[in-house]
Design a protein around this ligand. Structure first.
Ligand code: AMP
Ligand code: TRP
Length: 329
């Protein structure tokens, strides 16, 4: 039997945080042997908020180099840039014709982002339809993402179902794949909101590419509480988040960690956490520098990736055009 398809993407809209790493990227690696994986850099999604063109170019190659440094293997997986495969935007347009305004208006990401900006852009409204197109073009079964993307994957299933019902079976219905720990890493300064690279307070996030000094400093400054005892519960939300980070990087369970620090204080816990995070990221940080400097290699990877992805995407796209009643060229 053919292997099932795994599909995911990350926006090149800034430097990636350890939230992106633990919620998404880290889990991409282990799926490569068991599944046919496609990992995209979703630059078309990034422009749903204003981007500086120079920075977008830089960030796109940064994400590509991070993918490779983390262990994505272009021999095993298809690694490519979304804008290199126009089929995504074409399918999006067709999916727009079966997407309801009401459903898109209920997306929390849309509500959050439009609340924060002066002008509500159509791109941010249609964002989930483009994401659905990404996923459905490749007959994806599993989508490894953080918990914040759950609603978008559900919308994708709804659109696939709607299309299949109207035009006959065409798309596979995808399921979300979230990690056991790390699916939702919170801000180090306000643990009621998710860690995000767009947070104005740089102490609230740790970037994958922060240096070790900054990493240690941010962990030291992370908010906790005045109880000074290591427990995992909903009263100590700041600490809970730090224990989750510890667990994701070390592979130790929450229970083990709580037992290890029984009777110990936050200072010692935070110092060890800083070691665990720095040790976990060191190989990636070192490989990134080498790979990012090799422009020719990066170009080879994204060109070959786009070719393979286009072949698969166009197969689905042709079916969709035909089923909807368009005349073939
Ligand atoms: P984005 O940066 O929005 O393109 O997100 C890329 C991936 O990282 C998605 O799978 C998100 O679900 C995941 N992600 C982003 N922030 C977090 C977070 N704070 N905790 C866990 N996963 C996250
Ligand atoms: N919306 C995702 C995020 O912000 C990024 C994304 C775009 C994506 N297309 C995708 C993730 C397809 C998985 C599959 O994290």
């Amino acid at each position: 039997m053919d292997k099932k398809v795994v599909y995911s993407g990350i926006q090149p809209s800034g430097s990636l945080t350890i939230g992106n790493y633990l919620g998404a990227l880290k889990n991409f690696i282990g799926l490569q042997d068991e599944y046919n994986c496609l990992y995209c850099i979703v630059d078309m999604h990034a422009i749903t908020v204003p981007q500086e063109p120079k920075l977008l170019r830089k960030n796109t190659l940064d994400v590509l180099a991070l993918y490779l440094a983390a262990g994505l293997d272009p021999e095993k997986s298809i690694i490519y840039i979304q804008s290199h495969v126009p089929a995504h935007v074409e399918l999006m347009w067709m999916l727009n014709s079966i997407s309801s305004m009401g459903q898109l208006q209920r997306m929390t990401q849309f509500k959050d982002k439009s609340k924060k900006s002066k002008e509500v852009l159509a791109g941010i409204f249609n964002y989930p339809v483009l994401m659905a197109a990404d996923i459905l073009l490749y007959q994806t079964s599993y989508v490894p993402v953080g918990e914040d993307q759950k609603q978008h994957v559900e919308l994708t299933r709804d659109l696939a179902q709607k299309f299949n019902a109207r035009y006959s079976d065409t798309f596979v219905l995808p399921d979300i794949l979230t990690p056991k720990s790390g699916a939702r890493i919170m801000s180090l300064q306000d643990p009621s909101i998710k860690m995000s690279k767009s947070d104005p307070d740089a102490n609230s996030f740790i970037l994958i590419l922060d240096d070790e000094e900054a990493t240690r400093r941010k962990i030291k400054r992370a908010v906790t509480d005045s109880l000074n005892s290591i427990d995992y519960n909903d009263e100590q939300v700041g600490l809970k988040n730090l224990i989750n980070i510890y667990s994701s990087f070390s592979g130790k369970s929450v229970e083990e960690i709580v037992a290890m620090y029984d009777g110990k204080g936050y200072g010692e816990f935070k110092e060890d956490l800083a070691d665990v995070v720095c040790d976990g990221l060191r190989p990636l940080r070192e490989r990134f520098k080498e790979i990012r400097a090799d422009k020719e290699y990066l170009e080879k990877v994204y060109k070959e990736g786009a070719e393979k992805a286009s072949y698969l995407a166009n197969k689905t796209l042709r079916k969709v055009y035909k089923k909807m009643g368009f005349i073939a060229k």
